[in-house]
Design a protein around this ligand. Structure first.
Ligand SMILES: [Zn+2]
Length: 110
């Protein structure tokens, strides 16, 4: 396929949403929306293998969807609020105003 400007745009959206379209990554984002957390705290809250958690965090971090800072021996993860809060708000509003979070497409995911 010839890569024109339109396809480049499509790829950008595809990769962005592709990075988020994963239950574990969504769970991480939902938790970090409430407060910043260390890997240990995330691990306790999510109950998933450490390697899977690390992998998911690395994916999110590469795209700067989550940020890290060091506090002593701990790495603390926080949400890139500037990007993700508006997106999450738009999705919440869409759900309320349009499909009620209850359409066939949304339901499949539950
Ligand atoms: Zn829906």
């Amino acid at each position: 396929m010839k890569i024109n400007q339109k396809n480049k745009e499509n790829n950008k959206y595809h990769f962005f949403f592709g990075n988020l379209a994963n239950p574990l990554r969504v769970e991480i984002i939902t938790l970090l929306k409430k407060k910043e957390m260390s890997v240990t705290e995330l691990g306790k809250a999510i109950n998933v293998e450490q390697s899977k958690l690390s992998h998911a965090l690395a994916n999110l971090r590469r795209c700067n969807l989550v940020k890290t800072k060091r506090e002593g021996k701990q790495i603390i993860y926080s949400l890139n609020k500037k990007t993700l809060l508006p997106i999450l708000e738009i999705i919440d509003n869409h759900s309320t105003l349009n499909c009620g979070g209850n359409c066939a497409e949304c339901k499949i995911q539950h």
